[in-house]
Design a binder for this molecule. Structure first.
Ligand code: ZN
Length: 518
């Protein structure tokens, strides 16, 4: 079948815009401070219930109209055009330009004051900080995003698409960063603008931290949060990254699993030796390594090293996971008898640890010869939930291997920095607040994932800044993140914009947040 040519981005925007209302007005600081205070209904509500008044609905409908007028697509197209590939050193000027020429002016129009912070990690890209403080006695939200993307792989996109020019087809917006993370922070910044336009102010204080190195391990982010904890102080983190559980299910997640990579190496001697003359006389490093790994994780993937196993899953996490079905329609079938016995698939991926063999090498796998190899190595990874500290992993594995006669197996930490695990309690008041708000806007109860299966630098916010962390993802599992043909679903983006507008509306409604008046 012939692939239809991608409609030009401009035509797509024009089509979306047919018969809809004009753009959001730009709001200046002066207009904001003169805006009248909002009136609140006299009816008493439970604090976490959004007020379902006409103003709230008007704000959300205006957001949808602005989306339908092509506003979000325009913003995203401009941002995707910046080639902010953080893995390519020569893109450093482009990374800075994204902040100074695009994001700075955009948040300036929303009444934010912005600045660049030098990255505490030498040679790493600058950090972007912006804030709009309306009144120190109001609740303060910190939000986060990353403007860098993985490499474009320009020649691998199908249908002649360019990763740097958003193209629309079948309700998908293709482009590098549409899902990860430009599309997501563009939605959130737009939602802040929708609330300012509708209410005349946010009704809360907002701070934005945007980094340009997430795809290379967020260098300096943790040190920056430690050094700038006061500037970054807030009542809650609300941010967006990663996928929804499914495209049609609004989702919040409250943390992420940690990741710890390491190598096991058995290096016995110089050179290989003929297996006929020496087989039975020389220890085989491949056999030794295979047995060492088998002592750590059994044939069904159950972890056998106590220190690599988490504590029992808390009741609130089990409750949240009871209605979660992981996997995706076009993804691989989930193996039933894999992993920790007695756990549901959701508990296995969101509530438990996994020890994975990612690579294993001995001899020459591509051209085996009749010789006992001198060396074997494997690259392993622990994905772990909150409560496990990766600093204890290597000593525990060392003791485990020594006790079982594997003293010759060396353990080496991997090149990538370990990622810590975080998880806000699903029963936390901020979670209940977010669930009520999203349900009121979308008519759907969001899926609550206590943490993502994957990893995020959320420990900077949860552990360093000690914030409750609420993530509202606007992507979906099949978005081809980090691959050619990365895309965002227009319908999810539209719903995401409405959800965030509702969430920010409610954050500025003094009667309905978990923050008590100061
Ligand atoms: Zn990414």
């Amino acid at each position: 079948m012939e692939v239809a040519e991608t409609p030009s981005a401009d035509r797509a925007a024009a089509r979306i815009g047919q018969g809809t209302s004009a753009r959001l007005p730009r709001v200046t600081h002066a207009e904001v401070s003169e805006a009248p205070p909002i009136r609140r209904g006299a009816r008493r509500r439970r604090w976490f219930q959004p007020s379902m008044n006409a103003q709230r609905s008007l704000a959300i409908n205006a957001a949808a109209d602005w989306f339908d007028g092509g506003g979000l697509l325009d913003d995203l197209r401009r941002r995707v055009a910046f080639r902010t590939e953080s893995q390519h050193r020569e893109r450093a000027p482009e990374l800075a330009r994204y902040l100074t020429e695009e994001i700075g002016p955009a948040v300036g129009r929303l009444g934010f004051r912005w600045t660049l912070w030098e990255n505490p990690a030498a040679g790493a890209p600058p950090m972007f900080f912006a804030e709009r403080i309306e009144d120190p006695s109001l609740p303060t939200m910190l939000t986060y995003g990353h403007g860098d993307v993985v490499a474009g792989h320009d020649d691998q996109w199908t249908g002649g698409r360019s990763p740097w020019d958003v193209s629309e087809s079948d309700g998908r917006w293709y482009g590098r960063g549409t899902a990860d993370n430009k599309g997501q922070h563009t939605i959130n910044l737009a939602a802040l603008g929708c609330v300012v336009a509708a209410r005349g102010r946010l009704g809360f204080n907002a701070k934005l931290l945007l980094e340009m190195g997430e795809e290379v391990g967020s260098p300096g982010l943790r040190q920056l949060c430690e050094a700038r904890a006061e500037s970054l102080s807030a009542d809650v983190l609300i941010a967006s990254d990663g996928p929804r559980l499914r495209s049609d299910r609004p989702t919040i997640f409250l943390g992420s699993r940690g990741a710890f990579n390491f190598d096991l190496v058995v290096d016995l001697r110089e050179g290989a030796h003929h297996s006929g003359n020496w087989g039975g006389l020389l220890a085989n490093p491949g056999t030794m390594l295979a047995n060492a790994i088998a002592s750590m994780v059994d044939a069904r993937g159950r972890i056998l090293v106590d220190a690599l196993r988490p504590a029992p899953i808390p009741a609130s996490v089990r409750r949240a996971l009871a209605e979660i079905e992981p996997g995706e329609p076009d993804g691989p079938a989930i193996d039933e008898n894999w992993g920790e016995p007695q756990l549901s698939p959701a508990e296995r991926v969101f509530g438990w640890n996994a020890l994975e063999v990612l690579a294993f090498r001995t001899g020459n796998p591509d051209r085996p010869v009749n010789a006992i190899p001198p060396r074997a190595s494997a690259h392993l990874q622990v994905r772990f939930v909150v409560g496990c500290d990766s600093r204890h992993f290597i000593p525990a594995i060392r003791t485990h291997l020594d006790l079982r006669g594997f003293a010759k197996v060396e353990i080496r930490p991997g090149d990538s920095e370990p990622m810590a695990a975080t998880r806000l309690d699903p029963d936390h008041p901020w979670v209940r607040w977010a669930v009520e708000s999203i349900a009121a806007t979308s008519g759907l109860r969001p899926a609550i994932l206590p943490n993502l299966g994957g990893s995020l630098p959320n420990d900077c916010f949860a552990d360093v800044l000690r914030l409750p962390t609420i993530w509202v993802p606007h992507s979906y599992p099949a978005c081809s993140q980090h691959a050619p043909d990365e895309h965002m679903l227009a319908a999810v983006a539209r719903e995401g914009l409405m959800i965030m507008t509702g969430l920010f509306w409610d954050l500025g409604d003094p009667g309905c947040t978990p923050v008590r008046p100061k």
